[in-house]
Design a protein around this ligand. Structure first.
Ligand code: ZN
Ligand code: ZN
Length: 355
C-alpha cells in the first residue's frame, strides 16, 4: 500500500519537473511513510528519498519508516538542505499550502542556486482516493464513534450539561479503542442549535429541546465524523417539520452518491429541496467534506466543489437548517463511494430519536 502511495507521489516529480519533493505536513508524511511522530520531513526523489527527524524520534522512525532510509538532524532546515545538496537536486517541489513564509525564506537562504517550486492544491488531492487499508481503518473509526453515541444516549436528558454529554461521549470513544477525539464535539441544545459550530457549553439541556451532537474519533490516525440531532421529550410540530426536511434532503443527496456525479450536483440536490421547503437561507454551509487522516480534507462536497465523485473517496453528507432564536437540525453521515453507489460508514440510525 505504501508502495503505491509513494509511486503516486512520484508522479508529481514529472508533472512539475522537479528532482525532489519536500514534505513537511505530518499527515502527508504519515500517509507516505508511516511515521506517526510530531516532527520530521520527507524528501521523495525519483529513485528513493530520505526521512529526516530529530533525536526524539530516531528510534520510532527506525520502527515505522521502512521504505525510506532515515537520518537525524540537529536543525531541521539545515538537515533538509544538506540532503538536497548531497542528492544534487536543482529543482525541489514543496507543499506551498503547508510551508510557512518564514520557513520558505530560511530554506531559500541556505539553498542558493536551488529553485524551490511551489506545489499547492494539486498535492492536497494526493490522499483523496482511499486504499483498502485506509477504508478498513475509516470504517473502524466510524463504528467506534457511532457505538459510543448509542452507549451514552441516556446521558442526554433534561438537566444534563452539554459539556458533560461531550465528555461522556469522548470517554466512551476512548474506552472503545479510539485514540482521541477527532475535534471538539458540538453539543448544541435548544436555541444554541442555531450555531452550526456550537461547541459544548455549560448550558443545561431542557425538556422539549432538540440537541445536535457532532462528534468523531480517531483510530490509528483515521478520523470519523457524524452528527445526530435528537429530541429530548416529545418534539413539537415545528421541530418535527424541520427535522423531516433535513432528513429528506440528507436522504436524497445520499441516494445520489455514485461515481461520476459532480460534487456541486450533490450539494444542489440537498439545497434545492431545503429551498423549495422555504428554508434555503438557513442552510449556509456546504453539503460535506472529505474525511481521512484529517477530519476535514479533500474533496470539497459543496457548491464550491470542483470535479466529480470517484470510487474510493470518503466524504460526509451533512445538510442542516439553523434558525436564529429557534435552534437547528443537522444530520451527518460519512460514506465510502463504491463502484456502483456508496456504503455508509457511520452507524447511528437517522430517524428522529426521542429520548
Ligand atoms: Zn461533523
Ligand atoms: Zn463534517
Amino acid at each position: 500500500m505504501l508502495k503505491d502511495r509513494i509511486s503516486s507521489s512520484r508522479e508529481y516529480l514529472e508533472r512539475f519537473g522537479v528532482d525532489a519533493i519536500l514534505f513537511v505536513n505530518l499527515y502527508n508524511i504519515r500517509y507516505l511513510c508511516g511515521f506517526t511522530g510530531s516532527d520530521g520531513a520527507l524528501l521523495v526523489t525519483r529513485d528513493g528519498g530520505m526521512f529526516l527527524t530529530d533525536s526524539r524520534y530516531t528510534t520510532q522512525a527506525a520502527q515505522e519508516v521502512t521504505r525510506f532510509p532515515s537520518r537525524e538532524y540537529r536543525g531541521k532546515l539545515e538537515g533538509i538542505a544538506s540532503y538536497i545538496q548531497e542528492y544534487g537536486a536543482v529543482r525541489v517541489g514543496f507543499e506551498s499550502e503547508q510551508m510557512s513564509v518564514a520557513q520558505f525564506h530560511a530554506l531559500a537562504g541556505i539553498l542558493p542556486g536551488i529553485e524551490l517550486v511551489p506545489i499547492g492544491t494539486e498535492l492536497t488531492t494526493l490522499r483523496q482516493i482511499k486504499d483498502v487499508q485506509e477504508l478498513e481503518l475509516l470504517a473502524r473509526s466510524a463504528d467506534l464513534a457511532s457505538r459510543a453515541l448509542l452507549e451514552i444516549c441516556g446521558e442526554i436528558r433534561p438537566g444534563a450539561k452539554e459539556r458533560d454529554v461531550a465528555l461522556a461521549l469522548e470517554f466512551a470513544i476512548k474506552r472503545g479503542g479510539g485514540e482521541e477525539k477527532a475535534f471538539d464535539f458540538i453539543v448544541a441544545s435548544g436555541t444554541r442549535g442555531a450555531l452550526p459550530h456550537g461547541k459544548a457549553s455549560d448550558k443545561l439541556i431542557a425538556a422539549g429541546e432538540l440537541v445536535t451532537l457532532d462528534f468523531g474519533g480517531v483510530y490509528q490516525g483515521y478520523c470519523s465524523d457524524e452528527t445526530v440531532t435528537v429530541a429530548v421529550g416529545t418534539p413539537n410540530e415545528r421541530q418535527r417539520e424541520i427535522y423531516g426536511i433535513v432528513k429528506e434532503a440528507h436522504d436524497l443527496a445520499l441516494a445520489a452518491v455514485q461515481p461520476g456525479i459532480q460534487f456541486r450536483e450533490l450539494d444542489t440536490i440537498a439545497r434545492d429541496f431545503i429551498t423549495a421547503r422555504g428554508y434555503g437561507e438557513f442552510f449556509g454551509h456546504g453539503l460535506g467534506h472529505g474525511v481521512g487522516l484529517e477530519v476535514h480534507e479533500k474533496p470539497v462536497v459543496s457548491f464550491r466543489g470542483e470535479g466529480e465523485v470517484k470510487a474510493g473517496m470518503v466524504f460526509t453528507i451533512e445538510p442542516g437548517i439553523y434558525i436564529p432564536g429557534w435552534g437547528g437540525v443537522r444530520i451527518e453521515d460519512t460514506v465510502i463511494v463504491t463502484p456502483d453507489g456508496y456504503r455508509c460508514l457511520t452507524g447511528v440510525p437517522k430517524e428522529l430519536m426521542i429520548l
